[in-house]
Design a protein around this ligand. Structure first.
Ligand SMILES: NC(=O)c1ccc[n+]([C@@H]2O[C@H](COP(=O)([O-])OP(=O)(O)OC[C@H]3O[C@@H](n4cnc5c(N)ncnc54)[C@H](OP(=O)(O)O)[C@@H]3O)[C@@H](O)[C@H]2O)c1
Length: 257
């Protein structure tokens, strides 16, 4: 078997949430470059349209879909729109996420709900809807949830985010268990630190020294998640279900010192 065939996504329809920036934008580009028709979902249409133009210029097929992952009606409309354009979504990348830096005692109910709602509740609703539609259409597929190393460990000021990401890892196991025998594989990627809008101020400022705790000696960069994504989304991952692949430059296994 040739690698290019094993990872080939020609004929698949992929939907990436949070594809207007950062990791999600890269995921959309990589899926398109490997043959999938890709729907890029987020709230900032201007950025999505730029991304679609870039993908099309590179020879790919993509559409921009305006939706807030917290809104169930917008979610249903998004799936309908993608289905109409490209057919049933058989690859979902559940990537949209938001972070916070508030300590537990200061965290408002509103902020807790926004963080847990986006990073956990929405991941479930979008995975559930994608799976329902794949099963109804008798199609096999793959769901890739984006967790975090903060789903395993914690750092100060991340209580809602870490709790939600730990939930994503457990949810991935539960969905993987329930759906694998029906042909829908559910897995997750747990990235370490990648400099994006979600953390740029911190990682390029007070947190810059965190690279000392990363065995490969740097933060993650464009391309470092491509392999994990393609593995889990394609037939190369056909016997992987309920797993979380950690991509963190060795950070989680390294003790300080
Ligand atoms: N960067 C890291 O170091 C890192 C590490 C571990 C895990 N992660 C995870 O990776 C994922 C992507 O993060 P990133 O670093 O790429 O962050 P980012 O650059 O801030 O991008 C976040 C994306 O999520 C979208 N989004 C946020 N809330 C949304 C909502 N309510 N509805 C629709 N889209 C929404 C944003 O689009 P709009 O604003 O246009 O809607 C944007 O496209 C997140 O799940 C994050 O937790 C990141």
């Amino acid at each position: 078997m040739k690698a290019a065939d094993l990872f080939n996504l020609t004929g698949r329809t992929a939907l990436v949430t949070g594809a207007s920036a950062g990791l999600g934008l890269r995921f959309a580009e990589v899926l398109a470059a490997n043959g999938a028709r890709v729907a890029l979902v987020a709230r900032r249409m201007d950025k999505l349209k730029d991304a679609v133009a870039k993908i099309e210029k590179a020879g790919g097929t993509a559409i921009a879909v305006d939706a807030d992952v917290l809104d169930r009606a917008q979610m249903n409309r998004a799936f309908d729109q993608v289905e109409k354009a490209f057919g049933t979504v058989t690859i979902l990348v559940n990537n949209a996420g938001v972070a916070h830096s508030t300590r537990a005692v200061d965290l408002s109910e509103e902020e807790w709900r926004r963080i847990v709602g986006t990073n956990l509740d929405a991941v479930f609703y979008w995975a559930q809807e994608a799976a329902r539609r794949m099963l109804a259409a008798k199609q096999k597929g793959a769901i890739v949830n984006i967790a975090s190393v903060l789903g395993f460990g914690v750092s100060k000021g991340t209580i809602a985010y870490s709790t939600a990401k730990a939930g994503v890892i457990q949810m991935t196991k539960a969905l993987g268990l329930e759906l694998a025998f029906r042909g829908v594989r559910v897995n997750a990627i747990a990235p370490g630190w990648f400099v994006t809008d979600i953390n740029r101020d911190y990682l390029t400022g007070a947190g810059a020294g965190l690279t000392r705790d990363i065995p490969v000696g740097r933060f993650g960069q464009d391309g470092d998640l491509d392999g994990a994504l393609l593995l889990l989304a394609s037939d190369a991952g056909s016997y992987i279900a309920g797993a979380t692949v950690v991509c963190d430059g060795g950070q989680m296994v390294a003790l300080r010192g």
